[in-house]
Design a protein around this ligand. Structure first.
Ligand code: LMR
Length: 400
């Protein structure tokens, strides 16, 4: 009965890892998926995460009961505080609901399903380009996906004029997906002044902002700094949604830890919204897993562990920034044609190189370098040892 099923293509991002794993070459380098690697090219479990896990293991009072549908209460409260700041008016006025979800993707999906069911406008505008999964997540949630201009290939920077024009002509009430910081895949973020203009436009057009925050603290090394965009929207009295992921900033990729917050007009609305989120979650996966959220809550509620986390987070962010400088210098030293200054200007985990899909395919075939076909490279996968190899490959690709 399944003979008619056609083979689906691999995922454009996770499929890169599948291809990488099959490659036997000792030179192979995976710059596809956004996952942090050490200078030695190894995955990293933060010390603070190991410590929190040890505390959890030693606590014999812990059981494996189901969590509530909305997840771990402490985790939810602390997650809202982390993204909005402890002094956030939305938190103080209790007009926010936060539910634990399966990392960023799960948070976006639950938020999308809720909006499709309870919000009057079904159109969501996503940046062009954006993380490849956004379109699929929101389409399958029942929303209509359209895009707004974001990236300007000519300047390799923000197309701010295009963004403002497209959001100005979006129908009143439309949902707008915004990357809180470290835009994926471009690494191009608005300045704080531009964020303020976006906020004013969004509010005056009565658009509904939906933030995807997958890199808080991971972009600049400062948790507060990376949350500025979200905070100004949450503080102005209007509504917004926020999807948070702990995959990158705590290195909890496979634990699938995230949160969806919905900032509402008042506490009564927030509690009704939460009751409906439970109806979205229960038939989807009943309730979220306990382990990852317990790690996060343990770290967020203990001052020493929290401080230790911020230090480790900054180390990861700094190593990525140093990779940007090394790659830039290396291309310059080699005399590779082109202006590569965007490598040091872009923010966060990725560089949007400007290499086209043929050049990427060439680099994969000839140099065993794996990256997404849009020319995005994960700077977190690079090390001082592999910069020369990547430089050779880029040089060969652009001078062929
Ligand atoms: C990425 O963009 O590489 C990450 O967000 C991982 C993923 O799930 O796609």
């Amino acid at each position: 009965v399944f003979a008619h099923v056609v083979r689906a293509p691999e995922d454009p991002i996770l499929g890169v890892t599948v291809a990488y794993n099959k490659d036997q070459s000792p030179l192979k380098l995976n710059l596809g998926v956004g996952a942090y690697r050490t200078e030695e090219g190894k995955p990293l479990v933060l010390n603070v995460v190991r410590k929190a896990e040890q505390l959890l293991v030693n606590d014999m009072s812990r059981v494996k009961e189901y969590l509530p549908i909305v997840g771990l209460a402490d985790f939810n409260k602390l997650s809202a505080r982390l993204i909005l700041g402890a002094d956030s008016p939305a938190i103080q006025e209790n007009r926010i609901t936060t539910v634990q979800c399966l990392s960023g993707t799960g948070s976006l999906r639950v938020g999308g399903e809720f909006l499709a069911k309870h919000y009057h406008e079904r159109t969501i505008y996503i940046p062009q380009p954006t993380w490849g999964n956004h379109t699929k997540v929101f389409t399958l949630a029942g929303l209509i996906v359209k895009s707004y201009r974001y990236y300007d290939p000519a300047t390799r920077g923000l197309n701010f004029q295009g963004l403002l024009e497209d959001l100005s002509s979006a129908p009143a009430g439309a949902i707008v997906l915004l990357h809180a910081c470290a835009h994926n895949p471009t690494g191009v973020d608005p300045t704080l002044e531009q964020w303020e203009q976006i906020r004013q436009l969004v509010r005056s057009r009565e658009l509904l902002p939906f933030f995807d925050s997958a890199y808080q603290g991971f972009a600049s090394g400062s948790l507060d700094g990376d949350a500025q965009s979200v905070r100004r929207f949450a503080a102005d009295g209007g509504e917004c949604l926020i999807a948070q992921s702990y995959a990158k900033n705590m290195g909890l990729y496979g634990e699938r830890v995230g949160a969806l917050s919905i900032v509402c007009k008042n506490a009564d609305v927030a509690s009704k919204v939460e009751s409906q989120l439970k109806l979205v979650i229960r038939p989807m996966y009943s309730n979220p897993p306990i382990h990852g959220a317990s790690i996060v809550a343990t770290i967020l509620k203990d001052r020493d562990l929290f401080n230790e986390w911020t230090i480790e987070l900054k180390e990861m962010a700094d190593r990525i920034i140093s990779m940007r400088h090394q790659l830039f210098e290396s291309l310059r030293a080699k005399g590779t044609p082109g202006d590569w200054s965007h490598i040091i200007k872009q923010i966060g985990m990725f560089t949007f190189t400007g290499l086209n899909s043929e050049q990427v395919a060439f680099m994969t075939k000839e140099y065993h370098i794996y990256m997404t076909s849009d020319g995005r490279i994960s700077m977190a996968g690079l090390s001082s040892r592999t910069v020369p190899h990547l430089t050779e490959a880029i040089h060969a690709a652009v001078t062929r």
